[in-house]
Design a binder for this molecule. Structure first.
Ligand code: IVH
Length: 692
């Protein structure tokens, strides 16, 4: 699209210019519709999409004679203007960890047994069932009536698609004999045959077809008009629960029975297995049936059958310890590497990306693949012009498996990894022991600066509506946003922004409101947003939990830096943080520049202290506990998880920061040290009473 054209106000366009722009708008909007509906992967945020449509409508209003048959204003099923209402899940919708191969599955069962303190030979019943390749949804029944239906979203918040789900025959409007509140979780999917028929229908109507049944199901569910969903052949399998007002079963297997009693469909292939061998036989057997099944599955899900055990096992990050997915092997295809490009990330890391001749890999069109780093390119000797085998495993980014050497052109040359940054020209260096080459441009590199800002506003960080990557790029270029805190000063520039192309009074007002809305970020999101190397969401949460407040965290980090020896100790003592992560965090704090950014942000924001709901009322909230000796009633892992769930920090060694030492049998030096320091020691019984 020509930039100059889009800059011209509608009122000033000539008819010729208007015609040209309507044509590009039609293409652009159709492309975004496709990404949103067919691929279920929108490429722009709603506000940007809305702006395109508004521009289209305004031009059409001025030039009604130019409204074509393919005008976006004539198509139905366009993306929602406002979208769906958000729904906070009463209990998070978890994802699953993966076991790649039989050995990893055996490890999973081993971990479960160790956690529960079972002997290796003690049996653990496991429910095995196909992993349906669809979309997970949550159905909330209140007093037996279907009251609310939601997508998974990010697991904590989904979208309200109640009316769409009501149109599915598999989802009963009313159920009898259920608890007053019952949330049923399961998978909406489209059968392969139905998918073929739907695509035929799409073709006949001159519409783009769907890439695979999963995308078709996703596109059909996320329709603002439920009558469109109703016209799509969607189905449902129930397999889990969310909030329930009373216990519904004492085993996973019994729960499936209850679901069927309530008239909810469950997968008929589910099986109760007694041991690992039976599970693995189930896997092989089901893989053999896979092609003949009427719906797509991408692996097997295994769940510990006893629900009291599930509860004890709990979860790590966002996945339960009591379940895992064992995926079927990845699907592969051959294609051509057109080009190898270098992307520069927020830490300056240069990632080579293969631009591919688009190819369908197991139902998904793949047009690029990460090549990870220069060693990986050298190891596989991947060159521009090569024919390669690519694969996708589940949701994982496509990978290049190998080069098809017979297809290599005669004039091919090994890929020369650039020694300078393609974005800013700075020298790119590779530190000892690192696989990544990094641009040394730091603050002057536009790619690094904008990627950092994009990370800051991204969905899992500040999640600012209407401030997408494109805007960040533009604001950075013209100097309105240089550091994260500038985002919160954008209000002062409102007038100047209003006068720029693509913006108006209303859209600027919305943007400022969206920014103001985020002035009280939860501590863990705030930490994640800083984009510290090695600090992802899980680590950010650990830090938030450990230190409780931004001030507490900063203080502890500065104190650690002031320490004469072993400053990392402070962080490495946190379960889940290793020396590499600890070093990255301290390096961040050692930089005056980063501390300035923090000061600046603190002026603009009120970062909320970390609090988990269950921890708020807990006697252990904010306490530091240490376990020593062997516990009789639970494994160390379980005790630790329990304590952390109640808001405690679990440390490895006794110090004057320790609040409680829990002493099992054969306690040693730690008990003595605690005695010397006058720290409260609890027996296992007393500990049990404390945690209720
Ligand atoms: S159980 C707490 N069972 O897989 C456990 N999930 O990768 C919740 N899925 O988000 C999931 N078939 O969308 C479960 N039989 C099955 C499943 C299944 C498909 C999906 C589900 C989940 C994803 C995790």
């Amino acid at each position: 699209m020509s930039r100059a054209l889009r800059d011209i106000p509608e009122a000033d366009l000539t008819a010729l210019e208007a015609a040209a722009e309507l044509q590009t708008l039609a293409k652009e909007i159709a492309g975004h519709d496709g990404a949103y509906h067919q691929d279920d992967g929108p490429r722009i945020i709603d506000a940007e999409y809305d702006a395109l449509r508004r521009r289209n409508d305004a031009i059409e209003e001025r030039f009604p004679q130019l409204v074509g048959a393919d005008s976006p204003s004539k198509r139905v099923g366009a993306a929602p203007a406002g979208g769906f209402a958000k729904v906070a899940h009463a209990r998070p919708m978890l994802s699953l960890g993966n076991a790649f191969g039989a050995d990893e599955f055996k490890d999973f069962v081993g971990r479960v047994k160790r956690f529960l303190g079972l002997g290796e030979d003690e049996p653990v019943d496991i429910v095995a069932e196909p992993k349906i390749d669809g979309l997970s949804v949550s159905l909330r029944y209140e007093k037996g009536r279907f009251a609310l239906g939601a997508t998974r979203g990010d697991g904590a918040t989904g979208e309200d698609i109640t009316e769409n789900l009501r149109t599915l025959d598999d989802i009963p409007e009313a159920i009898t004999g259920a608890p007053a509140v019952l949330e049923v979780r399961g998978e909406v999917y489209m059968a392969k045959g139905d998918f073929e028929v739907l695509n035929q229908r799409q073709n006949e109507a001159g519409k783009k077809d769907f890439a695979n049944p999963r995308n078709a199901a996703a596109g059909s569910l996320r329709q603002l008009d439920p009558s469109i969903t109703a016209s799509r052949p969607l189905r449902f399998f129930a397999y889990a629960w969310g909030e329930v007002s009373e216990a519904v079963a004492d085993s996973q297997w019994g729960f499936l029975d209850r679901l069927r009693e309530w008239g909810l469909p469950t997968n008929p292939l589910a099986e109760l297995c007694q041991d690992v061998e039976q599970c693995l036989a189930y896997y092989r057997d089901t893989e053999g049936k896979r092609a003949k099944l009427s719906y797509d599955i991408d692996g097997i899900v295994y769940k510990v059958n006893r629900i009291d055990w599930q509860e004890r096992l709990g979860q790590v990050s966002r996945a339960p310890r009591w379940a895992t997915a064992h995926k079927f092997p990845a699907e592969k295809a051959r294609t051509l590497v057109k080009d190898i490009q270098i992307q520069v990330g927020r830490t300056g890391k240069m990632t080579p990306v293969a631009e591919l001749e688009p190819v369908n890999v197991g139902g998904v069109v793949v047009s690029s693949a990460t090549l990870h780093n220069e060693d990986e390119i050298a190891r596989k000797d991947i060159r521009e012009g090569d024919t390669v085998v690519v694969q996708r495993a589940g949701d994982v980014i496509p990978q290049v498996v190998e080069v098809v050497l017979e297809e290599r052109p005669d004039d091919s040359r090994p890929f020369a990894f650039p020694r300078t940054c393609p974005e800013c020209g700075s020298l790119a260096v590779r530190e000892e022991g690192e696989v990544a080459r990094r641009c040394g441009g730091g603050l002057v590199c536009p790619a690094q600066a904008t990627e950092r800002l994009k990370h800051f506003v991204s969905r899992d960080a500040f999640d600012i509506d209407g401030l997408g990557g494109k805007h960040i790029g533009a604001f950075w270029k013209d100097g309105s946003i240089e550091t994260p805190a500038d985002i919160f000063r954008l209000r002062d520039k409102a007038e100047a922004i209003e006068n720029r192309q693509g913006w108006g009074e209303k859209s600027v007002e919305n943007l400022i409101a969206a920014i103001d809305n985020k002035r009280r970020p939860p501590l863990d999101r705030f930490i994640y947003a800083l984009g510290i190397r090695q600090v992802g969401q899980a680590t950010a949460r650990l830090l938030a939990r450990q230190y409780g407040s931004l001030a507490g965290w900063r203080e502890a980090m500065m104190a650690a830096l002031d320490r004469d020896s072993d400053p990392h100790r402070e962080l490495v003592d946190i379960d889940g943080i290793g020396p590499v992560v600890a070093a990255a965090i301290l390096v961040f704090f050692a930089e005056q520049h980063n501390r300035d950014v923090l000061d600046d942000l603190e002026e603009m924001l009120a970062v909320e202290d970390f609090a988990t709901p269950e921890a708020a009322a807990s006697p252990l909230a904010g306490k530091t506990v240490v376990f020593t000796g062997r516990l009789e009633t639970m494994s160390r892992g379980e005790a630790k998880a329990k304590a952390e769930g109640l808001g405690a920090k679990v440390a490895g060694a006794v110090s004057n920061k320790t609040d409680y030492l829990i002493v099992g049998s054969d306690a040693g030096a730690k008990a003595k040290k605690a005695g010397d320091l006058g720290i409260a020691t609890l027996s296992e019984r007393e500990w049990f009473e404390l945690i209720g």
